[in-house]
Design a protein around this ligand. Structure first.
Ligand code: PAN
Ligand code: ZN
Length: 187
C-alpha cells in the first residue's frame, strides 16, 4: 500500500541492518550456483551444506506517484574454490533505470558490464558512491576478510534480469591468488 508521508529508518552501518525492516532475502550458494566458475567445487560444497553468501534487506518507499526503494546488501567474506563471494548480478529490465550504490563497509569490487563490450571494475571500499547508468549489469564482489555492506537506491519498476547475466557472464571474474584479488578475463 502506498504511503504518502515521510519515512525514516534506523540504519546500523556496522551491521548493515535497519529498523523497521519488512523484508530480508537470504541468498545461499544454491541460489547463485551457476554464477561461480568452479562448478565441481560448487557441487562438492552443496553435497554437504548450502552456505549463506549474502543477505538483502529491502524497504519499498512506495507512494501513490513514485516507487523508489532501498536495499541494503551484506556480503559475507569467503570464496567458492578461488572465486570470492559476490552477488548474483543483474541488469535492469527497463532501459531507463539507473541505480545509486554506496559502499558503507568492507572492500571489494563493483563490476559493471554492458554485456555488449564495455566493462569497468570499480575498486570499492567504505565511502565510495557509484552511479550505475541504465543498461549496465552490476555485481559486487567481497574481497576482504570481513563483511561488505552497501546500499542501493532504485525504482521497484526497474525489474531485474538475472538470465542475461547467467547467459553472457561478466567480462572478468575476481579470483583469489594467495589471498589477493586478481581480475581474470573470461573467454
Ligand atoms: C540491489 C541488488 C542486491 C542483490 O538491491 O538486488 O544487491 O544483488 P542481486 O539482485 O544481484 O542478487 C540492486 O541492484 N537492485 O536493483
Ligand atoms: Zn540493480
Amino acid at each position: 500500500t502506498p504511503i504518502d508521508y515521510p519515512i525514516s529508518l534506523d540504519f546500523d552501518a556496522e551491521n548493515g541492518t535497519f529498523e523497521p525492516c519488512p523484508q530480508v532475502t537470504p541468498r545461499h550458494l544454491s541460489d547463485l550456483k551457476e554464477m561461480f566458475s568452479d562448478q565441481s567445487t560448487v557441487a562438492q560444497i552443496l553435497r554437504e551444506n548450502d552456505p549463506l553468501i549474502y543477505e538483502i534487506r529491502y524497504y519499498p518507499f512506495t507512494t501513490t506517484k513514485s516507487d523508489m526503494a532501498l536495499a541494503v546488501t551484506r556480503i559475507f567474506p569467503g570464496t567458492i574454490g578461488n572465486e570470492f563471494y559476490m552477488t548474483k548480478g543483474h541488469k535492469h529490465q527497463r532501459e531507463d533505470q539507473p541505480e545509486v550504490y554506496y559502499c558503507v563497509r568492507g572492500e571489494g569490487f563493483l563490476l559493471l558490464d554492458t554485456l555488449e563490450g564495455e566493462f569497468r571494475a570499480i575498486p570499492w571500499r567504505a565511502g565510495v558512491i557509484t552511479h550505475i547508468p541504465p543498461m549496465w549489469a552490476h555485481r559486487v564482489v567481497n574481497t576482504g576478510n570481513d563483511l561488505l555492506v552497501f546500499i542501493g537506491v532504485f525504482h521497484l519498476s526497474a525489474g531485474h534480469d538475472y538470465d542475461i547475466v547467467a547467459r553472457k557472464g561478466f567480462a572478468y571474474r575476481v579470483l583469489s591468488r594467495n589471498g589477493k584479488p586478481e581480475l581474470i578475463k573470461q573467454d
